[in-house]
Design a protein around this ligand. Structure first.
Ligand SMILES: C[S@@+](CC[C@H](N)C(=O)[O-])C[C@H]1O[C@@H](n2cnc3c(N)ncnc32)[C@H](O)[C@@H]1O
Length: 327
């Protein structure tokens, strides 16, 4: 069990309610209101992992789209608070897509990188989160990935690679370099490093090395929130970048997916959210989790492979060229 800045340890899977204020004895906290204000109650250096998907400024129900410069300026006070609360050996994972203005795209990770670099953070990975489905564009190639920037506050940070290894493609590979290891297995029995491209699928019939279905209508985790995190993608970061009992923080927590990912692995969690409807759903999901009734997709559940016999994987009859008509 690890400790963060002397905060007390306690059994994590009790039936305790989610606290509305920061409390070092709590296991889950949701701070209601603007994060720029609510984060002030979180102690300096207390958070091991900050993981979030911030508003993208694209006019979703919970945001008013503004000019990109104004959008970033508005987030500045929140980011300052985040740097303050992040532990010296902590990590920040910032998941973003594109801001779009008059059909021109502005990949938000490009704009966020200097935000964090100028505040002293160091980039460890730019993880591409790839998905197969989405809007079909007619004036540019359809966008099929978003990005997760993983920064650390210092060179001394937690990275539990063994907790997130994936099966090797060729576990039987052997060492061919002359020497005492010649002929011995060259891989790791726990599997290989999952790499920096995480393939996210929307439906279970697609294949990938590290598949996490995007949260859409047919997903067991779906709520009314328009852009939920799949719990599974946060779980990978939680497992790799924190230890049990550490604090995980999502400053834009929506319906609480990051909180749930943290609780599932015996970490403490704080969410900040301004919309009361989302807070109520998050609290209900946490309560469901605690009493074992939360629907979620289990981490690493294998994805369904198409057999080719499903109607959706066959070429429509109207597209088939009748024999003899091909010239
Ligand atoms: C992209 S969504 C995050 C969804 C979340 N990852 C989930 O799985 O539910 C961004 C969230 O940030 C909230 N939000 C936006 N600005 C905020 C602010 N200044 N303070 C607190 N919450 C904010 C929005 O209401 C929205 O729920």
């Amino acid at each position: 069990m690890s400790r963060t800045n002397g905060l007390a340890t306690m059994p994590l899977f009790g039936k305790a309610d989610t606290s509305n204020t920061f409390n070092p004895e709590a296991t889950s906290v949701i701070l209601a209101g603007d994060s720029a204000e609510t984060l002030r109650s979180v102690p300096d250096g207390s958070i091991k992992l900050i993981i979030t998907s911030p508003p993208y400024n694209i006019g979703k129900a919970y945001e008013t789209a503004t000019h990109l410069t104004e959008y970033l300026e508005n987030l500045s006070p929140i980011v300052d608070q985040l740097i303050r609360v992040l532990a010296k050996d902590g990590s920040l994972c910032w998941q973003v897509g594109n801001y779009v203005e008059e059909s021109e795209i502005f990949p938000l990770d490009i704009f966020y990188y200097p935000f964090f670099k100028l505040r002293g953070l160091k980039l460890r990975n730019r993880i591409v989160w790839h998905f197969e489905h989405g809007l079909h564009c007619s004036k540019r190639f359809s966008g099929r990935y978003e990005v997760l920037l993983w920064f650390t506050k210092s060179d001394n940070y937690t990275f539990n690679l063994d907790g997130v290894r994936v099966p090797s493609k060729y576990p039987g590979k052997t060492n061919y370099h002359p020497g005492e290891n010649y002929g011995k297995p060259s891989g790791n029995p726990l599997g290989k490093n999952p790499a920096d491209i995480w393939k996210v699928v929307e439906k279970d019939w697609e294949t990938s090395l590290w598949c996490v279905p995007n949260v859409k209508a047919n997903h067991p985790e779906k709520t009314i929130h328009p852009c939920q995190f799949p719990i599974e993608i946060v779980e990978r970061c939680v497992l790799a970048l924190t230890s049990e009992n550490d604090w995980v923080l999502d400053p834009f927590s929506g319906v609480g997916s990051a909180i749930l990912a943290a609780l599932r692995h015996n970490r403490r969690a704080i969410g900040c959210e301004k919309e009361q409807d989302y807070i109520s759903i998050a609290k209900q999901r946490i309560a469901d989790f605690r009493n074992g009734t939360l629907p979620y997709r289990p981490l690493g559940k294998p994805v369904h492979q198409p057999t080719g016999r499903e109607k959706v994987s066959q070429i429509p009859e109207e597209w088939l060229v009748p024999r003899g008509d091909s010239q």
